[in-house]
Every structure is written in structure tokens, then in C-alpha cells.
Design a protein around this ligand. Sequence first.
Ligand code: MN
Length: 737
Amino acid sequence: MDEQQEQDYLNHLRAQIAQIAAGFSGEEEKNILRAYDFATEAHKDQRRKSGEPYIMHPVAVACNIDRMGLDAESVMAGLLHDTVEDTNVTCADIAREFSPAVAMLVDGVTKLTQMEHTAYSTKEEQQMEDLRKMFIAMAKDIRVIMIKLADRLHNMRTIEFQKPQKQRDISVETMEIYAPLAHRLGMQGVKWELEDRSLKILDPVGYQEISDYLEDKSHGFSDFLDKTKARIEEKLSQVGISCQVKARLKSVYSIYRKLYGQNLSFAELYDICATRIIVKELTDCYNVLGLIHDLYKPVPGRFKDYISTPKPNGYQSLHTVVIGTEGIPFEVQIRTEEMDHRAEYGIAAHWKYKDGLKGSQKEEAFAWVRQLIENQQDTDAADFIKNIKTDLFADEVYVFTPRGDIINLPLGATPIDFAYAIHSAVGNRMTGAKVNGRIVPIDYQLKSGEIVDVITAKNATGPKRDWMQIVKTNAARSKIKQWFKKERREENIVEGREVFERELRANLLYDPFQQPELQSAILKRFDFPNLEELYAALGYGGVALNRVIGKIKDEVMRQRAAEAKEAKLEAKLAAQSARQEKSTADSGVVVEGIGNCMVKFAKCCSPVPGDPIVGFITRGYGVSVHRQDCANVRAARKGGEDGRWIRTEWATAEKHSYHAAIKVTAKSSVGLGGEVLMQLANMKINISEMTARDTTDGYCDLYLTINVTGKEQLELVIARLKRTSGVVEVRRMSAGS
Ligand code: MN
């Protein structure tokens, strides 16, 4: 792009935003344009991987958000969503310039900075922490996730500019987190596009095969659909029902799942296209269903009424599969206009038509998100994301309470899950269960339509530990954990300590774990104030034993690797200094400009180390070394043999060392300076300067200038000091800082 083209392009982007802004009220319109200008300025030196000006991305995201039907604040947040992460702008700036609500939305989609992570975070852990942060923000304001979906949508649309490995990483995350989220929010359009684009990256061959097949079939289908449509419309107009008939080929990924998930062949796929009949009134839905079953023979067992029992994401429709005139079965979906709109836009539809979520509606839409988060309070980021993934993916069963209320549970759920889904008090007092009036075992797997009656007793002893292995829902597991956490603290500590120590011994980690530094690093990593809390958490299942052991193992390995590296460095330095000693033992002096020459000491003046000396280049005997004040030297120099004198010095360690400035931060305690000095003395390191300064937060900074022989020795010193107890940080300072 040359300058002119780029300017045209930027004008075009601004026009796009102006058009979106025009759809809002005066004040909001102005704010959206202001957000555009603000973001353009913030990103002005950045480019997308495609080479285009960066602002094209926030603009595309804002357009996606507008298309979802969200409000002005969301559009602004879309424009600003990358400013905090990628530029110097802070959330406080955005709150001040725009509003706290917009700043909150931007913050929700901004990754944590490196600084906020513990020193032990790996790249994966960091990603998980970022996701956890996003989920928590989303529980406060659901718009956060819609903005993130709009962002992800554009990133998937422009994914070809990323490196292949990054493309795959992004696609996996999209498949595992964002597409299921879009599904849970009922945003089918977004879900299908995310899935298809991810599949194209993750299995390009499989993707191509299916899209070729669909392409091939679509010609034949349009013919078939035209006929079917005409037939249905005619029939419905006869009875005076006005309707719209639409048809759509199913998404590549939904077919992919049928082919590979259910192991079908292309020939066995009959519902690759969905015919949709959209009517005005709810009652018409059922009338139309009757008429369709009149026109075509229904396939038994394929009728589903999602109107009386909506899917958990709010989806409503009637589904049936019928046999067409040519003997080809096809799926018919019947719903009202509003249901149809909601099927496409899901939760976002609330903003488009109802000006956001209000009151109880808001409660309902948030319920599962909040529950998702509440269930996870005691887990670390890795488990948090794992649990959320299983919650997002779970297929559902619908069961009933004896009073007829519907309870939604994941496939494989047991009566215990059911009891805890009603209330934790019901679960905690549960002693058994009846399904359709018959007693069932406690690990019975519930099926849709069953009526479940939980048997409770006032004096029940509470849940059993092994229930945690039986239950399917994270909600039930977490409530059982909570119970054990509260009711059985002493027992938990004993039990937790026992399994922990047994596992330590089994892994030969018992002794290494006795180091106080290691212990405090591990406690810090898992956020426990002391060992007792760790034991308690292990006892009630608040933290997984293998994760703690894994971390200890990592840490011990890391330490051992560091020690091995130190030992190697030390050996190298020892060898070096041995070599140096040897070469100085050879002659004891260094002759300028001549390496390794033959040296003899002049008999006339017998110089000793420390005397100022000078060398004389003899004919055939190398260099003869004299004291500078030797009478012969003065005489010879007068005699005109100046050119053969050469600068010569005693070889001393002093000349091979240099000053290095380091800063040691340590817990402020008496004797700490001494501890550091001892370490240095042990390593035979000279200190030429030292100052100490207490900081306000209970730490103290020691500024040291030390003499070292080289970089390697400096590294060794820093490594040693870091391991000195009480020291939290050692940094090499650049000169003058
Ligand atoms: Mn972005």
C-alpha cells in the first residue's frame, strides 16, 4: 500500500464506523467516533501480520459486535479492545476518556500481564490464567464474552497470516473454548463459522472433502428444495397460514462430526440440509407440523419439541425428519420469527429487541455462567479450564422432580448430581433415591424423562468421600468438597498430610521438600498460607495431589539443573585459574604485545613482583626483565637502544578482574548483610563498595560492587546469592544505575 492508498483505506474504515455510529443516539454516536479516533491514535505505529494498519482489526471487531446487535458501549469496547494489551493505554485512561463500563469490558478481554503471574508460570498456565480471568469478567458482564467472540471471529477470518503452529494453537482453543461458548450462548451463526474455520486448519483434507461434497450436492439440492418449498407453501396457503420457507446446507463441521463421530459414510448422511418453516404465531408451529406430517411420511423417533422444552441455551423450535417424494429423508425445523432470530443470535438478541437484559431475564441468562464460576472457587487455573471444558461440552439429559420441575443435567449424571442440583442441603442429607418410583443405586445413570425422588434423612451423616468420584457434574463435586472443607477440617488435615507424605516418599521427594525455600515456593504457587492449609485442601480435594507433587518434582529438577550448571561453571573457572597460574608460573610477567615469549630476569637488578619493571628484547634469548630503576636500563636507554625496550608488567589476578555492580533484594532482618558477605567470602570475592537501603515493605536492597574475573564468575556469584536464604532477588546493575 502506498501512502495515498493507505489514507483511502483509513477513510474507508472511518466511514464504516460512522455508518454504525449513525444507528445510535446522538451522544452515543459521538462517543463511538471518539473511540475510533482514540484507538486509531493508540495503534498508529502498529500493523497487523497482513501488513495492514492495525486499526482495521478493532474496526472489524466493532462491525461484528454491531452485527450481533449489541449496544454502543460494546461497540466502543470493540474498537478499544486491544489498546490496553498492545499499547501504553491503561484501563484507567479508558474509564476517564469514556466510561467505567467500557473500561470494564476492555479489561475483561485483556490478557493478564506477565508481571501478575508467579515466577513459576509456564506458557500454558499463563493461557489458563488469562482464560480464567475472562470467565470471571464474563460472569460480571456477559457482554465481555460476546466482544471476545467478535474478536476471535475476525482473528479466525485472518488466520492465514499466522505461522502454521500458531494457526493450529488458535484453532484448538477456538474449538475447545470459543465455539462451545458461542453454542451455550445460543449464537449458532458464530459457532458454525468458528468451527468450520478451525476445522479447515486442523484437518484441511477432511474439510476439503466435505466442502467438495457439499458443493457437488448443492446443485441437485436446489432443484429438490425448490420443488419441496413450492409444495409446502401451496399446502400452507390452502389453510391460510402465511410462512417463509428457507433451506440451508448444514455446516461442514456438523457433517464432519457425523462422519467421524458417528462413523457414517456420505451415503448414510441424509440430513445434510435443513428446511426451515418460519411462521408468525406460536400455535401455527404445531399446525404446520401436522400438515407436514400429512404431506410427507415422518421418520419415527425423530420428532423433537424444543418449544415446550427449550434447549439450555434458549433455542426453541420443532424438529422432525420426513421422507421426501424421491425417497430422500430431510429435516424440517418449524419456529416463529422471534425464535428464528434467537436461534441465530442467541443471547445477543436481547439487546437487539429488548434493549439489553432486564431483571429476571438477566438472572436466567447469567445463571449457568455464574454457576460455572461459583463451582470453581477452590480450583487452580488448570482444573478450572478443564472443568469448564467438560461443562461446555456435556450432552444433556432432562429429568423431573416429583413436582414436575425440569432439571437439566449432563449425560451420565447420577441421583447425587440431581440432589445437589436442587440444593446442597438436599445433597448433604441424601441417603438414597427413587427413579420412576423404584429405588435405584446411588450411581445410577439418569435418562431423559425420568422422575427422580431424592430420599433424605435429617440425621444423615453427610456425603461420602467416594461420591466425588461418582458424580458427573462439577457443581455437585464442588459442593461435596465444600462440605468436607467445612465439616471435617481436622480429618482433612490428617488425611491430606498422610497421602501427601506417602506420595512424597514414593517419589523420593520427602527430603528435598524439607528445604524451607522449596516449601514456601510451593505454598506460594498454590496460594496457601501454610502447610496445614495445604494438607486440609488435599484432604477435601480442593487441590489435586498429583499437581502438587508434579510442581515439587519440577522445582527439584530445576534446582538440580541449576546446581549442575553451577558445578560446571565452577569447574571451568577452576581450570581457567589453574591455567593462569601455570602461565604466570612460567614467567610471572606479561610482556606487552608478545604472548608466551621466553623471559629471563636480569641478574643485575633481580626484580620481584611488585617492582615496576621493563623488558629488553635481546638477540636470541627472548626478553630480559629489569627493574625500571636499574642502572643498566638507564645507561642502555641513553645509548640509543630505545626501540628494543618494551612495556612489561607482573602478571597479577588484579589486572584480570573487573568491577560488577549488583543489587540484592532480601527480607529485612538482622544479620542478613552478614549472610551475603559470608557467601562472597566463601567464594573469595572482593567487595569494593557496599550500601544498604531499607525499603518500606519490609525488604532491604544491598548495592554491591564486587571484583570478578569475568562474566562466568559473576553468574556463579548471582546464582549462589539467589540461593542464600532470605534473598528474594539478585540483579546485575548496569554502570551508573
Ligand atoms: Mn483483538
